[in-house]
Design a protein around this ligand. Structure first.
Ligand code: HEC
Ligand code: HEC
Ligand code: HEC
Ligand code: HEC
Ligand code: HEC
Ligand code: HEC
Length: 419
């Protein structure tokens, strides 16, 4: 008896400790992968990215294959100068990579550095960060989003329709049966009910089904209603026909013309601007034919009152009235150069893969939520940024190890975006 109990208890203890160890093992495992990311972002991300792009220091992708050993990376991170001074060959090879020397992280433990390496090695760039999707894929995405909701709606409408048909068929059958019976009994057929009256009659006698139909109908209506409400004032996907069939795919895509060659003010001021036809004439004074022929380019000549055969301009030019695609309400303030030059944000992050668009369209929702979400999550580009050189040094509060998001520099203050 006693022995039994002891054995029982001790095996229970073994089991418990096994469970506990594995819990600790797995949770510490999970934590360390997460820590790696956190540590990297806090300490290294100002100078390194986990891809192969150079920021201040080299991109750390593939570092485990490149560096002599894991121990080397640990030693380097803890004290690069000491490693260089020791005459280490690899350290001396990379030491002049950048005029800015790498900081020593003497306070870091081996485990923390190993966690950072693990994070870097497992890093896969988030797909959503770089919208290099082509216009087709964007279209498909937008379509599938709407069709997800559409399918439900269609199913509901379908069910309602099916029930109606069923009602008609059943009431038809019932009618012919009554007729048959009354004929057999030699009685006069009862008076035919009208369609509406027979529906009302059917609903009256089939309360359960009536309830179901009412429920389905209400759900379908609510679903449609909320969808319409959410979309008020949001013109994502807006793609107006333009007076001249200008194609970004031909110009920015196939011919690789830089966005700011035409949208010159995007780097200088508030608006990106639409180029004047004179910019078009830099090329179209001799390119008079495109893939669809001469008609569209002839519209440029017509608007400029230009005669391509004599190469002379008349005196009656008429401006081309491009249809605005993007249009924030007047109550909000948006500045391109702040985002493109200071924030170093690619046009495509907000406008999508314009270089794949045959017809320009609105890629982002342009709602306040869209602006604010990005300001919450995007770090200010402090490193190598003229705009911040002084400011950064003069703002010690920024050196607390947390990323400096747009939110932290006041990017969620109402007055920044509203006059
Ligand atoms: C102040 C900028 C700065 C910070 C912060 C920084 N590094 Fe570096 N790092 C560099 C520079 C610059 C180099 C290239 C060597 C040189 O020029 O001194 C480098 C080189 C390296 C290398 C060798 C790269 C190679 O391709 O061989 C590793 C590994 C490395 N850093 C890891 C880290 C880790 C891990 C952190 C964070 C704990 C970190 N660095 C933080 C600037 C920085
Ligand atoms: C050859 C000149 C040219 C180049 C290069 C060019 N664009 Fe455009 N862009 C135009 C013209 C003209 C319009 C107005 C007609 C239209 O909407 O298609 C326009 C319209 C736009 C619009 C919509 C403007 C509105 O009305 O809201 C956006 C956004 C845009 N371009 C972004 C870009 C981006 C991003 C690039 C680089 C990938 C680029 N453009 C390259 C000429 C150009
Ligand atoms: C942070 C997001 C963001 C980035 C980055 C961005 N844009 Fe815009 N763009 C907008 C918004 C928002 C509007 C609408 C502005 C308005 O209606 O006042 C707009 C409008 C435009 C327009 C219409 C004309 C105008 O100036 O209002 C063009 C053309 C344009 N952008 C081109 C570009 C080009 C080219 C780049 C890259 C050099 C770029 N944008 C980068 C958000 C962005
Ligand atoms: C840097 C040179 C360059 C500039 C600037 C330029 N284009 Fe073009 N554009 C071309 C070339 C090259 C083609 C012909 C492409 C081909 O044939 O494949 C073309 C073709 C076209 C076409 C014919 C499209 C078709 O489907 O047939 C139109 C329309 C057009 N451009 C309008 C414009 C407008 C409007 C502007 C000014 C906003 C402009 N382009 C500025 C180089 C340019
Ligand atoms: C893709 C991300 C992104 C989107 C979308 C975005 N912003 Fe920004 N915004 C930034 C970044 C990054 C900065 C910081 C630039 C800098 O360093 O000053 C910034 C800065 C600003 C600032 C200056 C803030 C300050 O404190 O100096 C204003 C104003 C602003 N954005 C307005 C808007 C508005 C309005 C919209 C929506 C129409 C918008 N932004 C959408 C990334 C974004
Ligand atoms: C990062 C920029 C940004 C900040 C910060 C911001 N807004 Fe907005 N807000 C916008 C833009 C852009 C719109 C227009 C978008 C639209 O029409 O969907 C807007 C629209 C609005 C509207 C009109 C809503 C409508 O549906 O027409 C109100 C009200 C508003 N904002 C209030 C505020 C208040 C209050 C704050 C501060 C707590 C604030 N906003 C902060 C960018 C901003």
């Amino acid at each position: 008896m006693v022995n039994d109990k002891i054995i029982h208890r001790s095996s229970f203890r073994t089991l418990a400790s096994l469970v506990l160890t594995s819990v600790i093992f797995f949770s510490s495992f999970g934590a360390s992968a997460q820590d790696g990311e956190k540590l990297f972002k806090q300490n290294c991300a100002a100078c390194h990215v986990a891809t192969d792009k150079t920021v201040v220091g080299p991109g750390l992708k593939g570092i485990s294959e490149r560096a002599p050993s894991e121990q080397w990376i640990i030693d380097w991170v803890k004290n690069p100068d000491a490693l260089i001074a020791s005459g280490d060959a690899y350290a001396n090879k990379i030491k002049d990579f950048s005029p800015a020397a790498m900081t020593a992280f003497g306070f870091m433990s081996d485990e923390e550095i190993i966690a950072i390496i693990a994070y870097v090695n497992s890093y896969a760039p988030p797909v959503a960060d770089v919208p290099v999707v082509d216009a087709g894929a964007v279209d498909a995405g937008a379509a599938s989003e709407t069709s997800d909701e559409g399918i439900l709606l269609n199913v509901l409408v379908g069910i309602a329709g099916l029930l109606l048909v069923l009602i008609f068929v059943l009431s038809g059958v019932r009618r012919s049966l009554t007729q048959l019976v009354s004929e057999k009994e030699g009685k006069k057929a009862p008076e035919e009910l009208g369609v509406l009256a027979s529906i009302v009659h059917w609903l009256n006698t089939h309360r359960g089904w009536a309830g179901v139909i009412l429920l389905v109908g209400t759900l379908a209506f609510l679903q449609w209603g909320t969808k319409e409400l959410m979309n008020i004032g949001v013109s994502q996907g807006y793609k107006p026909t333009q007076p001249i069939a200008f194609s970004h795919k031909i110009h920015a895509g196939q011919n690789g013309i830089n966005c700011v060659y035409c949208h010159t003010s995007a780097e200088k001021g508030k608006t990106a601007g639409i180029p004047s036809l004179n910019v078009c004439m830099n090329c179209h004074s001799y390119v008079d034919k495109g893939p669809t022929g001469t008609a569209e380019i002839a519209k440029i000549y017509a608007a400029l009152d230009y005669n391509p055969s004599t190469r002379e301009y008349g005196d009656a030019p008429t401006p081309v009235e491009w249809v605005r695609v993007h249009n924030l309400p007047d109550l909000s303030y948006f500045n391109h150069s702040q985002h493109v030059v200071v924030g170093k944000i690619e046009c495509q992050q907000c406008h999508g893969a314009v270089e794949e668009m045959g017809v320009a369209e609105q890629f982002s929702p342009l709602t306040m939520g869209w602006c604010v979400d990005c300001h919450r999550t995007t770090s200010v580009q402090v490193a190598n940024n003229e705009y911040y050189e002084d400011l950064h040094e003069r703002t010690p509060a920024w050196h607390d190890g947390n990323p400096v998001t747009v939110e932290r520099i006041g990017g969620l203050e109402c007055a920044k975006c509203h006059y």
